[in-house]
Design a protein around this ligand. Structure first.
Ligand code: HEM
Length: 542
């Protein structure tokens, strides 16, 4: 989401120069510039005699505020600014005040002590255009509607019981990924093949994750069946890309026209339309199916039925609860909630598995220790099932340590204050946007020894967990707006990783040594590897 902050400079430069060739436009822009300059001078003079105590701020420029101080990797830029200005720092992105939180203590203040004040989300153009005008859980404004759909999500879609009920889906899809790798190894080791072939693991993890989320949310896969499959893959990739682009009008409202000129608005509208058509088709399929069930042609679903996918559950709730809840769930809410599962679930899980395997390939000692644990527990079994995972403490520590170093959403999801509030003696005004730098907090030397070193042992016998009570460790956020998908995400990661390290030994292509593996990050709100992870699998026989 934040990479536009950088793209803005580049794109504005390129497009402005051609536009400025029109002299009337030059005059209009000059007039706008002068108005803004006067406004800025006026504000500057007023703020020179502050009546309140704001958090420290680096100096800002007119119009763009502190945007020029953000590099391609915003979490890294904000960490270095915080090292100079402190763990609570007030920036301005354009005209929007943004409070940046960079320590566990400050995060506790925001997400626990004053959680009730920081429960709203900014009204980003992406949320309005693609997430059904904020009718989903992630972007819905704090209030009764959000409370209702969040509790549906926590109790009916992502409860521990419901997550357990999808065990077969996870086991089958992990098995299918392992079989594909096995097949790939057989082909590459056949006499006709000249060398061991290199697997694109990033692509495999993306397929695994989106197939699991699809089956759980929509009832079937959309990755391998004719046109529906093609449409779905295209949409998922675009969703992730456009979610990562920031709309400059969100921060400098008078530049909103720029998103018309550079085509971003049109792309968002187009994506929203195509996603809506796809989800409409899926919901219709479910409704047709339940009609034929009522006519006696199929299996009747009940509330206790563990086999229902998310669309089934939401349609059932729509019917059952129509008269008892404040905001009856309409068709738009159903589509928005389902879209959230993809927007918030797929990219994050796939990214997390990608980083775990990257760290294991970089650290052969940890890989070996993990394989010993997994193979010791699996014994002669070829496939790991979820029953085997219970005793795999090192596996869980490896996953935890990777999420510390590489939280898929390093800046969580921004929030907004709903009223004026005092934090650590600083006055924070209502409507201040809040960014919590979970990435910087996870690497704070005050909380961790050797914070940049990958050392899963630090989480063995440690009481730190994911629930959001340990503010030095918040990859899933915390408080009322915390992530409801933790159990779902961990269940997928654990079964996939255990099977990957059990069934294969792993090496990097072309004899690259672990420590030389390129760990560059992509730009954007969810940070994955810049380059796909490629590796060689060597089948292991138990
Ligand atoms: C490794 C995987 C995941 C990570 C790292 C992750 C991370 C996050 C983060 C950081 C937030 C914002 C929390 C905050 O503001 O305090 C969030 C919110 C959310 N996540 Fe996740 N998530 C993951 C998986 C999932 C999955 C699998 C689902 C659903 C299937 C999901 C659904 C949501 C929803 C609906 C929200 C919005 C909650 C709200 O605004 O009330 N997430 N997630």
């Amino acid at each position: 989401m934040f990479n536009l902050l950088h793209q803005l400079e580049l794109k504005l430069n390129g497009n402005f120069s051609s536009l400025l060739q029109h002299s009337s436009l030059k005059l209009v822009l000059l007039a706008i510039f002068l108005i803004l300059l006067f406004r800025w001078l006026f504000n500057f003079i007023n703020s020179a005699t502050p009546t309140n105590r704001s958090p420290p701020s680096p100096p800002k420029l007119p119009v763009i505020g502190n945007l020029h101080q953000l590099g391609l990797h915003v979490h890294r830029s904000l960490q270095s600014l915080a090292q100079q200005h402190g763990p609570l720092m007030l920036l301005h992105f354009g005209s929007v005040p943004v409070l940046v939180v960079s320590s566990a203590e400050a995060a506790r203040e925001i997400m626990k002590t004053h959680d009730g004040t920081f429960t709203d989300r900014p009204k980003f153009t992406f949320f309005k255009k693609v997430l059904y005008n904020c009718k989903d859980i992630l972007s819905a404004p704090y209030g009764e509607y959000w409370r209702q759909i969040k509790s549906i999500c926590v109790l009916n879609l992502l409860s521990n019981k419901r997550v357990r009920s999808f065990r077969a889906v996870r086991e089958e899809e992990s098995k299918s990924m392992i079989n594909n790798i096995q097949q790939f190894c057989s082909i590459s080791s056949s006499p006709s093949s000249s060398s061991l072939s290199v697997l694109n693991l990033s692509e495999m993890f993306l397929t695994l994750t989106s197939d699991i989320v699809c089956r759980v949310a929509l009832g079937r896969k959309y990755s391998d069946r004719g046109q529906g499959g093609r449409i779905f893959k295209e949409l998922s990739v675009e969703l992730s890309e456009l979610m990562s682009r920031l709309n400059i009008g969100d921060y400098i409202p008078w530049l909103a026209w720029f998103s018309h000129v550079n085509g971003l608005d049109a792309k968002l509208d187009d994506l929203a339309k195509r996603f809506d058509d796809f989800l409409e088709m899926v919901v219709q399929e479910h409704m047709d199916c339940s009609k034929s069930t009522l006519q006696g042609h199929g299996h009747v679903h009940t509330n206790e039925d563990d086999q229902r996918d998310f669309v089934d559950v939401l349609l059932w709730l729509q019917k059952e609860n129509a008269d008892v809840i404040a905001y009856p769930i309409d068709a738009v809410s159903i589509k928005a909630i389902i879209l959230d599962m993809f927007a918030a679930g797929t990219d994050t899980i796939y990214t997390a598995i990608e980083w775990v395997m990257s760290e294991l390939l970089r650290h052969p000692r940890v890989m070996k220790k993990l394989q010993n644990e997994v193979r010791g527990i699996a014994g002669n079994k070829t496939e790991i099932t979820e029953d085997d995972l219970v005793g795999m403490h090192y596996l869980k520590a490896v996953i935890k340590e990777t999420l510390r170093l590489h939280p898929p959403a390093p800046l969580l999801v921004p929030r907004v204050s709903t009223q004026d509030v005092k934090i650590n003696d600083y006055d924070i005004k209502a409507n201040t946007q809040v960014i919590v730098n979970a990435w910087a907090i996870g690497r704070d030397p005050k909380s961790y020894n050797n914070p940049d070193v990958f050392e899963p042992e630090r989480f063995l016998n440690s009481a730190i967990d994911y629930k959001g009570d340990n503010f030095q460790y918040i990859p899933f956020g915390a408080g009322r707006r915390g992530c409801p998908g933790i159990q779902f995400a961990l269940a997928v990661k654990e079964i996939a990783l255990a099977n990957l390290v059990h069934r294969f030994d792993w090496a990097l292509p072309e004899g690259v040594r672990g420590e030389d593996l390129d760990m560059s990050e992509s730009t954007g709100a969810s940070v994955h590897r810049k380059y796909p992870l490629k590796a060689i699998a060597i089948p292991y026989s138990c």
